[in-house]
Design a binder for this molecule. Sequence first.
Ligand SMILES: NC(=O)C1=CN([C@@H]2O[C@H](COP(=O)(O)OP(=O)(O)OC[C@H]3O[C@@H](n4cnc5c(N)ncnc54)[C@H](OP(=O)(O)O)[C@@H]3O)[C@@H](O)[C@H]2O)C=CC1
Ligand SMILES: CC(C)(CO)C(=O)C(=O)O
Length: 294
Amino acid sequence: MSVAIIGTGAVAGLCVSWLERAGAGPVAVCGRTPLERFTITGDGAGGTDVRTIAVLPPPDAPVDWVLLTVKAQDTASTAPWLDQLVGPGTVVVVLQNGVDHVERVQPLVADAEVLPVLVMAAAERTGPGAVTHRIGSLLVTAQNPAAQRLSELFDGGATVHQDPDLLTAAWRKLLVNVGGNCITALTGRRAEVLRVPEVRELCRAVLTETAAAGRSVGALLTDADVDGTLRLYDSYPDDNGSSMYYDRMSGRPLEHELIPGAVVRAAERGGVDVPVTRAIWALTKAVSVGSAGA
Ligand SMILES: NC(=O)C1=CN([C@@H]2O[C@H](COP(=O)(O)OP(=O)(O)OC[C@H]3O[C@@H](n4cnc5c(N)ncnc54)[C@H](OP(=O)(O)O)[C@@H]3O)[C@@H](O)[C@H]2O)C=CC1
Ligand SMILES: CC(C)(CO)C(=O)C(=O)O
């Protein structure tokens, strides 16, 4: 099985780590800057071991699996890699947050199979090829033959859950991101900020709106999902950040369109009022590098 990962950040590092544990052999990594190895600290389950894993340079021919791990706003810029790596039989696995993976990637890969994957894990890129794996080793995807093969590819490294209702699963993950990612990015504080009582109430308001927006487009979310997400925030270690927090701290653009923007757009389609989420969207857009004046 040939595997090429596009991107050299946190989720790319997780994939390299999981595939090495799965015995998948060295995988190729395609970055904006060439990389020869990853150093992974931790295992997402409390372990603190440090592993160095060598990776292969970008292949010059199509591969069986392309794992796309760039931020949503960088997806279009990967077109040259996709042209090089995708051929008949390639499955393009999109490991991103959000709810519209297929719409974003399918136009770049003609009729190749696109498999959306929700990454139920937390990791931080701390330097070039250096990734700290804090929480989790679960991937959630659709229920189909490609997903079954993905499960076999990662077996021994990460668990792949095939969910018959991926729309609801993606909105459930969006709940986690719309509060946790946006608030940590806006405040410049890690997960401990989510336990400030007034911030917790703000999160409850955003999550309640998000659940309503999700329901308006067919996701089966209830108040129990809101409560479950708040309990998840309570369980985070104080030093857990979020992918949007790391981008804010590094002066990179934010995924404001992928996360609160997706809620606002769905709410508009569904005729749902989401004033608090709209405010969060405006603020994350305003602080995102490159958005000045937009
Ligand atoms: N980090 C986390 O814990 C989690 C993240 N996610 C989601 O996963 C996705 C990836 O996030 P994450 O790994 O954190 O992001 P990172 O910012 O850590 O990594 C993104 C990588 O993509 C690279 N990249 C951008 N454009 C290109 C390109 N054209 N060609 C090659 N590489 C490119 C970046 O390069 P450069 O180094 O040059 O910037 C960077 O290495 C996001 O949608 C995020 O929301 C989901 C769950 C958990
Ligand atoms: C780890 C988690 C759930 C944090 O909100 C995430 O998805 C992210 O950082 O993007």
